[in-house]
Write a new protein. Structure first.
Length: 219
């Protein structure tokens, strides 16, 4: 008789427990909250619903204009580097052909790229595809959260109540201001000054400001 070695039984993975009633109720609240405009004093910088198009966007970082003091947003994409004034929305610098060793932030330990235009000579830390992060709170109590109640579509929540679980009604103390159902989410956060909110996806950049300036049309 020919003997065959029995294969070891396949160990079944433990079934992940389902959501608790509390967790399911919170998820339902997030799913039910529509996208709404950010509250005062926040104003959108660009006229388009999804900000300004930036094809192949990889990440963004903040800097400060040495003359005006405005927040600046540096954008790193497959098409090079760009620099936006976060108050007016103006694109103030562009480098379509950065040096290969500086074209993406993953080449250095601090995930930074060289500045351009008025911030040439400095380096800007970039958050996005390669890691890193932006500020999620401001000194005066605003909080920004990224939630994914229906993976893989990320939602950005702005709040003045300290963050989840958001006891108050939607539209009073917390606001669902962005839904990346159409593109791949990259990063979201406040500028170090707390005067700018930025949300970046693989296809566009959205900005909100509480600075004072005339909004310009998307580039």
């Amino acid at each position: 008789m020919k003997w065959t070695k029995k294969a070891a039984p396949v160990e079944q993975p433990e079934r992940e427990p389902g959501l608790s009633a509390y967790q399911q109720a919170m998820r339902n609240r997030l799913l039910a909250a529509p996208v709404v405009p950010a509250p005062e004093p926040w104003q959108p910088v660009f006229e388009y619903t999804y900000g300004v198009p930036v094809g192949g966007l990889l990440g963004i970082g903040f800097a400060t204009h040495p003359d005006s003091g405005h927040d600046l947003v540096m954008v790193v994409s497959h098409d090079g580097h760009g620099l936006f004034d976060a108050v007016t929305g103006e694109k103030i610098a562009r480098d379509r052909d950065p040096d290969p060793e500086d074209s993406t932030p993953d080449a250095v330990a601090d995930l930074s790229c060289p500045g351009l235009g008025p911030i040439a000579g400095s380096r800007v830390r970039i958050a996005g595809l390669f890691g890193g992060g932006l500020h999620t709170t401001t000194e005066d109590g605003w909080t920004l959260e990224v939630v994914t109640p229906a993976w893989p579509n990320d939602r950005v929540l702005l709040s003045g109540d300290g963050g989840l679980p958001h006891a108050g009604p939607h539209g009073e103390r917390w606001w669902h201001i962005f839904h990346s159902h159409y593109s791949t989410f990259r990063t979201a956060g406040f500028s170090p000054s707390g005067r700018t909110i930025a949300v970046a996806t693989s296809s566009d950049l959205s900005l909100w400001t509480r600075g004072t300036a005339t909004r310009v049309r998307s580039q």
